[in-house]
Design a protein around this ligand. Sequence first.
Ligand SMILES: [Zn+2]
Length: 355
Amino acid sequence: MPELPEVENVRRNLEALVTGKTIARVEVRLARIVRTPDDVGEFALRLAGCTVTGVRRRGKYLLFDVPPHCLVSHLRMEGRYSLAQAEDPQPRHTHVVFHFTDGTQLRYQDVRQFGTMDLVPAGGPYPPGLQELGPEPFDPALDAVALRARLHHRRAPVKAVLLDQTCLAGLGNIYVDESLFLAGIHPERPAASLTRAQCAALLEAIRTVLARAIEAGGSSVRSYVDGYGRNGGFQMQLNVYAREGQPCRRCATPIEKYRIAGRGTHVCPVCQPAPRRRRNDPARSAARSTGGRGAARRAGTSGEGGIAGSAGPGPAGGGGAAAGGRRGRRTAEGANGRGRANAGMDGNRTWGVEA
Ligand SMILES: [Zn+2]
């Protein structure tokens, strides 16, 4: 599933490729991709003659400005756009084709067929999902206090809350894991238990991770290429995601993976101390975990290496085996070459835009 950095890269490429083009006609080959309006004939009719004036992004949604309409597109798992000449062979799974007056075509392919398009009036109302999105992570109005206000009533694990698009827009599994690692926060901590300082660290981590990922062209962990058929490069910089069993880049402890909120979750057990658990008392366990955090963190960064049972997948395993300290960290970085990082990827399916 593409997340904010990948969708932002697709947006930038699309904006360069289709802005200013006028739609001659639209071909919808798979009606289920179009949610609004109900009638795909009506969808095509409304778009004919409209000019694309820009492409925006909100969360993981792409918004094509085609006055007086706005075409809202969500790529879901595998959706991708490509700009082609009319005579170019049509790839399989091409479900919607926008024919421009200059003879080029914007093609929407989607192997999984989960993507959606909604054609709405430019001023809204926007489709459900988009309407309820939380703030953009780079929204200047979002600060530590505002983030904490969005978290403080949520007892669910912070990982689950950050995946909830109504809390914050645009984050998915990769960047939530990466941000929590950078902030030194365990994904299972109840969102409500984060202190204001931790919210500040978390927000800074989210922005750092997203900015670097956008800059690197997104992550091609599973299925992403940018507008020119290139892989993203951020998978080389991932600290925990898809690095199960590999040494933490900060403390050399093997990265652990288990399920939180139904999602595969990657954690350094030393850099992200687990909340201590006390049955039936989540609030209390949350409070205690704050105390444990500093100690475990110190052990981790000093490289003295606690030895604890980190083999089990349970988050309550705590401690973890800190090995090597600085020496290990350097080795870990050195070993993480391109080939190595690629080895963890399953398959080479692609999505995105293609020129
Ligand atoms: Zn670590």
